[in-house]
Design a protein around this ligand. Structure first.
Ligand SMILES: Nc1nc2c(c(=O)[nH]1)N[C@H]1C(S)=C(S)[C@@H](COP(=O)(O)OP(=O)(O)OC[C@H]3O[C@@H](n4cnc5c(N)ncnc54)[C@H](O)[C@@H]3O)O[C@H]1N2
Ligand code: MOO
Length: 413
């Protein structure tokens, strides 16, 4: 595997996608209350019509619409009030021409009626005689049986991530348990003799571990269960033991640091050995993120990510997260939310590799401006200041101030 023979991001994404299996954690059934954000494992259809009966959307009188045609303030239509629909009970009446029935919002439309006149367009002095002051059209102020969801209609497809609205639709259909794909358990390993834990005061050439936290947080945001395997010294055998433990206990493993070609960069050799030569690439034509490794150890994908925190996060976003989404059974590995924004300055870029530019989004005079956040890929503040990422494709030699760019948003409002 030649480190300097970098492959394009698109090729890498394809190789990763082809190597993965969907939902290695299988399918589980969860209570509706626990189902928000879970990925549905099978198409879901309604067992019966929703609503199960036609109902009024207003307080008023259930009528035959044609009885009201021609009604007006000066020429009211007179109808006989023959009863009242009670909330939550079957409508006992059958409305015939010339009749009206009192109905509350949400009440069951009585047989014969096809519309409801709102209370404010009527007068009823003696509870028996109704004056209708405005006509209603057929179906007006009524939700008909099955109008919301028809019996047998698939209203949630396998592979979609359940939203609050879909949870509501499931509740409406009486579906109290949902089959969802299992959540992925992911192992995170940091490496480096210089890297120390967050609660240690660094001395000499030491730095605190950032990547365990950023990568773990990104995976947690993508609904993974994260296991942390600590900080491993630049030692082949120690790294080997840590990776063996992680691939045994989890379904996907991230190792950061030691992915380059220096004397202490052991990751590629460990994956090569444990994976029986199944390192699929080492070197991506992207900046930041060139020293990226991908291999399989048995059925477990292992990513070697660059040590620089910005590079590790960028590769995680563009390569690891789509892989996780596929393994979670999500139907589309859709990119996150994109917004169009106007770039505020010229940015040079080397052709032949994808450049990822971090930008701050500023809303000004009805449009977004994308202000580049410049800085080296070892600086975590570059990420904290950015709202999103712009990909400058390998074919481009740069962007100009005023260019409209696609920003993949990383930060919610
Ligand atoms: N001769 C070359 N040297 C380097 C190249 C190259 O192509 N040729 N690529 C550079 C690029 S690009 C990057 S990115 C880094 C990545 O190298 P490694 O993945 O081997 O990472 P390390 O050398 O272990 O660390 C690099 C840098 O990141 C810091 N680091 C590592 N882990 C953490 C962590 N968990 N938290 C915070 N900071 C971390 C580490 O201290 C180093 O400063 O290689 C370039 N070199
Ligand atoms: O991956 Mo590196 O961060 O381009 O310096």
């Amino acid at each position: 595997m030649d480190f300097f023979n970098c492959i394009s991001l698109r090729t890498a994404q394809g190789l990763v996608a082809d190597a993965l299996s969907v939902s290695p954690t299988g399918v589980e059934e969860v209570d509706l209350i626990q189902a928000l954000g879970r990925v549905v494992a099978e198409d879901i259809s309604a067992g019966s019509d929703l609503p199960p009966f036609s109902r009024s959307t207003v307080d008023g009188y259930a009528v035959l619409s044609r009885d009201t045609f021609g009604a007006g303030e000066g020429v009211p239509v007179m109808l006989a009030v023959v009863g009242e629909v009670l909330m939550g009970q079957s409508a006992e009446y059958s409305v015939v021409p010339g009749q009206a029935v009192v109905i509350p919002t949400g009440g069951m439309l009585p047989a014969g009626a096809d519309a409801v006149v709102m209370l404010e367009y009527t007068e009823c002095s003696d509870n028996e005689t109704l004056l209708v002051l405005k006509p209603v059209a057929p179906g007006e102020n009524v939700v008909v049986k099955g109008e919301d969801i028809k019996a047998g209609t698939v209203f949630i497809t396998a592979g979609s991530k359940l939203t609050a609205a879909e949870i509501g639709a499931l509740a409406a259909c009486g579906i109290a348990k949902v089959k969802v794909f299992g959540r992925l358990t992911v192992g995170v390993i940091s490496t480096g003799d210089e890297v120390v834990a967050v609660d240690v005061v660094p001395v000499g050439g030491q730095v605190r571990d950032i990547n365990s936290y950023t990568l773990g947080a990104m995976l947690a945001e993508t609904d993974c269960q994260v296991r942390y395997y600590g900080i491993i010294k630049d030692n082949y055998e120690k790294l080997r033991q840590a990776i063996i433990k992680a691939v045994t206990e989890t379904k996907l493993v991230l190792v950061s640091g030691g992915s380059s070609v220096g004397a202490r960069d052991h990751t590629v050799r460990v994956i090569e050995e444990l994976g029986q030569q199944r390192v699929m690439f080492h070197g991506l034509a992207v900046k930041p993120g060139k020293p990226t490794i991908f291999g399989m150890i048995g059925q477990v994908p292992v990513f070697g990510l660059p040590g620089h925190p910005v590079a590790a996060m960028t590769v995680c976003q563009s390569l690891v997260i789509p892989a996780v989404k596929k393994m979670h059974g999500l139907r589309t590995g859709k990119a996150g939310i994109q917004v169009l924004a106007k770039l505020t300055r010229n940015i040079a870029s080397a052709p032949g590799r994808d450049d990822f530019l971090r930008v701050r989004l500023v809303w000004r005079e009805g449009e977004y401006l994308a202000e580049p956040v410049l800085g080296k890929s070892g600086l975590i503040s570059v990420m904290t200041q950015a709202d999103g990422i712009v990909r400058i494709s390998a074919e481009s030699s740069g962007l100009y101030a005023g260019d409209v760019v696609n920003v993949e948003v990383m930060r919610e409002a």
